[in-house]
Design a binder for this molecule. Structure first.
Ligand code: AMP
Length: 195
């Protein structure tokens, strides 16, 4: 089973690369950002609470996202593997994910971290905001706030996987295909080792 964590700040290209990795390795995509936006669209109580935080560029509580991932893992018992996109974003989330993986008799294979500098991120997100309809992509202050949340709370997650020998950085600026090939090379090395 291949269980990937796709890591990187907002605008690093996680969505684009996820789609390509899902197609190639036949994985189920679990994006906490997408799951939260679905809750908002459905008008649930969870969605309502999450929206207030998301509109400020602040992370929603750990137990909320861990609970959503737990439900999705239970709904996809026969999946050949998962790609976690935008999750885990804090060390307690990473610990929660390890626990859930263990309960499902599996583990995280590796983390692929897309590295992109802040100026490039801001440029990309403002551009995305013109078509995505996402309010959090249309305001430069909010974008900087999200990157700041990432630097403060999410960067330690890389360390968490580094300690387990599962962290791999990929340069996230350049051709989409080249970034994809570099990511696949890391994954294929792991798959070969596992066999
Ligand atoms: P994203 O689509 O991944 O950029 O997420 C958009 C917003 O949803 C973030 O700015 C957070 O407010 C919230 N969010 C998404 N994933 C998580 C997570 N794993 N932990 C906490 N908050 C999250």
């Amino acid at each position: 089973m291949l269980n990937l964590v796709l890591f990187g700040p907002p605008g690093a290209g996680k969505g684009t690369q996820s789609q390509k990795l899902i197609d190639k390795y036949n994985l189920v995509h679990l994006s906490t950002g997408d799951l939260l936006r679905s809750e908002i669209t459905a008008g649930t109580e969870l969605g309502l609470k999450a929206k207030a935080l998301m509109d400020e560029g602040i992370l929603v509580p750990d137990e909320v996202v861990i609970g959503m991932i737990d439900n999705k893992l239970k709904e996809n018992k026969t999946a050949g593997g998962f790609i976690f996109d935008g999750f885990p974003r804090t060390v307690p989330q990473a610990e929660g994910l390890d626990r859930l993986m263990k309960e499902n008799g599996t583990e995280i294979t590796c983390m692929i971290a897309l590295e992109v500098d802040e100026e490039e991120l801001t440029k990309r997100l403002l551009l995305r905001g013109k078509t995505s309809g996402r309010p959090d992509d249309q305001n430069e202050d909010l974008i900087r706030k999200r990157v700041q949340e990432y630097n403060n709370k999410t960067t330690p997650v890389a360390n968490y996987y580094e300690k387990q020998g599962k962290f791999f950085a990929v340069h996230g600026i350049g051709e989409i295909e080249e970034i994809f090939d570099n990511s696949c090379a890391i994954i294929d090395r792991h798959l070969a080792k596992a066999q």
